[in-house]
Write a new protein. Structure first.
Length: 359
């Protein structure tokens, strides 16, 4: 029996789990303008009907290829870009209905850690000014209290308070990202969008930043939307995982469930590309090779967006958009033939790299 769901949110209703962020049929289309009079001749469908919930205290991983719409989804959730249609609710409030003043008062509860620590920090501002800027903008603390808060935040992210008067160019990439994280938690938010926060960092320090985010989550009771294309990293940090392709969610499930029993052909293709340091597993798992490139979001294919590359595609896939449906408790998929996916090992819960700060 399929349990009742919160607005097709992607997981069963559980009285013990509070929905913090609810996304319903979210779309973001960017207009394509041409000609002297700048007439619209089309649109780029960066996000095209996305639905999911994020529970308080969890980390929802959002994965997919470059250009699939992951970062745009995060920006629209935070209202940095306005949605074309659909709704984003935070603690039950529809953000699209809020005035600019009401949205400003809500901003401290929703923050973002950006991908590039070089571009997201003002090179003309000191670390102290960067971290204290949210405090000044929202009239939180002042004078000596503000300086004490900056020192406390630097300590939380593993930097020395004596670094407060230095400039971003004096720090390494990993240290810059720690500064960005300190700025994000300055106002004690409930929800943080982490937009590929380790993609621009050396592999040797990626684990340190991820472990820092996990420690802060436990300490400050944070909720994350963690956007990444690194499936090994997502497996390490996420509670649930959503797989995105060409502006749509293809599959959403609890982390171990998705990695051990993926039901969508696209998910299986992604996981089959993850190296597994176990020859026994490598000997039996299927390698799925996708042909061609991801189609343009300005001209997506009819029917299922994955039908042009799917090894299981049939005529129905071209004619009919697959329903976003729950096939097991908490396991959602958008595929006509999900139940027919071959049940051969892709990756096990115990396989794959284990992240440590020494790596």
């Amino acid at each position: 029996m399929v349990p009742e769901v919160a607005g097709n949110g992607g997981a069963p209703v559980d009285a013990a789990r509070e929905v913090l962020v609810s996304v319903k049929d979210l779309k973001k289309h960017f207009p394509i303008m041409q000609g002297v009079f700048r007439r619209q001749v089309g649109s780029v469908k960066a996000v095209d009907g996305v639905t999911f919930d994020i529970y308080r205290g969890e980390t929802l991983g959002l994965v997919g290829e470059s250009g699939s719409g992951k970062s745009t989804t995060g920006r629209v959730i935070l209202q940095l870009d306005k949605a074309t249609s659909g709704t984003v609710s935070f603690e039950g409030q529809d953000l699209s209905t809020l005035s600019s003043g009401e949205m400003r008062r809500l901003r401290p509860q929703m923050q973002m850690v950006f991908q590039d620590p070089h571009a997201s920090l003002n090179p003309r501002m000191t670390v102290s000014s960067i971290i204290s800027e949210p405090l000044r903008e929202h009239d939180e603390a002042g004078g000596d209290d503000r300086d004490e808060k900056v020192d406390e935040l630097l300590g939380l992210v593993g930097l020395a308070p004596r670094h407060a008067n230095r400039y971003p160019h004096e720090f390494s990439g990993g240290q810059r990202q720690r500064i960005g994280i300190a700025r994000a938690i300055a106002l004690n938010p409930d929800f943080i969008v982490c937009d590929e926060p380790i993609a621009a960092l050396d592999v040797s320090i990626q684990a340190q930043v991820v472990n820092l985010l996990e420690n802060l989550q436990d300490l400050l009771r944070l909720t994350y939307l963690f956007i990444s294309h690194d499936l090994s990293m997502i497996r390490h940090i996420a509670d649930r995982v959503a797989v995105m392709y060409l502006g749509r969610i293809m599959e959403l499930a609890e982390c171990n469930r998705l990695y051990t029993h993926p039901q969508h052909p696209y998910t299986r293709a992604l996981l089959s590309a993850v190296p597994v340091p176990d020859p026994t597993i490598e000997a039996v798992r299927r390698r799925v090779i996708l042909e061609g490139d991801i189609p343009s979001p300005a001209n997506p294919p009819p029917g299922c967006p994955f039908n042009t590359r799917c090894p299981m595609a049939q005529e129905r896939c071209v004619e009919e958009v697959p329903e976003w449906r729950q096939i097991e408790s908490g396991h959602w998929v958008a595929c006509h033939f999900a139940e027919e996916t071959p049940d051969t090992p892709v990756i096990t819960a115990s396989s794959g790299p284990i992240l440590t700060e020494s790596e």
